[in-house]
Design a binder for this molecule. Structure first.
Ligand SMILES: *[C@@H]1O[C@H](CO)[C@@H](O)[C@H](O)[C@H]1NC(C)=O
Length: 150
C-alpha cells in the first residue's frame, strides 16, 4: 500500500518525459515544413526570383512578403535589429534567408490541406503564401499556378 503513491509518481514522470520527447521531435519536424525546392518554386511563381530589394504595395522581396505576413511569421530581423524599427520588416523580407525563415514560421503556423487532396505539400504552401492562412482554399491566379507547376 505504501509503495503505491511512489510508483504512480514514477509512472507520471516517465510518461511526461516520453511525452515531452515526442513533442520536441514533432516540433523539430514542424519547424521548417517547406522544402528548399518548394521555396524555389514559391519565389519563381511570386517574383521570378527577382532579388532586387523592393517593396510594391506593401509586399517586399523575392517572396513578396507583406507586413502582416512578417508579423505572423515571428517578426524575424536581420543581425539582431529590433523588430520595432520601421526598417526591420523590409530589411528582413528583402533578405532571401530572413524571408525564407519567415515563410517557414508562417507555414508552421498555418499549414493545412488547402486543396483537400489528403496531403500537405507545396501546392498547399503556395496557396497559403498567396492567399493567406485563412483563405488558402480560394482560387489562385492562373499564371501563378502555371509558374509554380513548371
Ligand atoms: C527585377 O526587378 C527590378 C525592379 O522591379 C527590375 O528593374 C529588374 O528588371 C528585374 N530584373 C529581372 C531580371 O527581371
Amino acid at each position: 500500500m505504501e509503495n503505491k503513491p511512489h510508483f504512480s509518481i514514477v509512472f507520471v514522470v516517465i510518461i511526461s518525459l516520453t511525452a515531452s520527447m515526442l513533442c520536441s521531435n514533432a516540433q523539430l519536424e514542424a519547424k521548417n515544413p517547406v522544402t528548399d525546392v518548394c521555396l524555389g518554386c514559391l519565389c519563381e511563381a511570386t517574383s521570378g526570383c527577382n532579388q532586387t530589394a523592393i517593396c510594391n504595395y506593401g509586399a517586399c522581396g523575392l517572396f513578396r512578403v507583406t507586413y502582416a505576413y512578417w508579423v505572423d511569421g515571428g517578426k524575424l530581423t536581420l543581425s539582431n535589429e529590433s523588430p520595432d524599427l520601421p526598417e526591420a520588416f523590409p530589411n528582413c523580407v528583402n533578405d532571401p534567408y530572413c524571408a525564407a525563415n519567415t515563410i517557414q514560421n508562417y507555414m508552421a503556423r498555418y499549414k493545412q490541406d488547402c486543396n483537400d487532396d489528403g496531403e500537405i505539400n507545396c501546392y498547399d504552401y503556395a496557396a497559403i503564401h498567396r492567399l493567406g492562412g485563412y483563405g488558402c482554399k480560394g482560387a489562385l491566379p492562373p499564371r501563378y499556378y502555371e509558374t509554380l507547376n513548371s
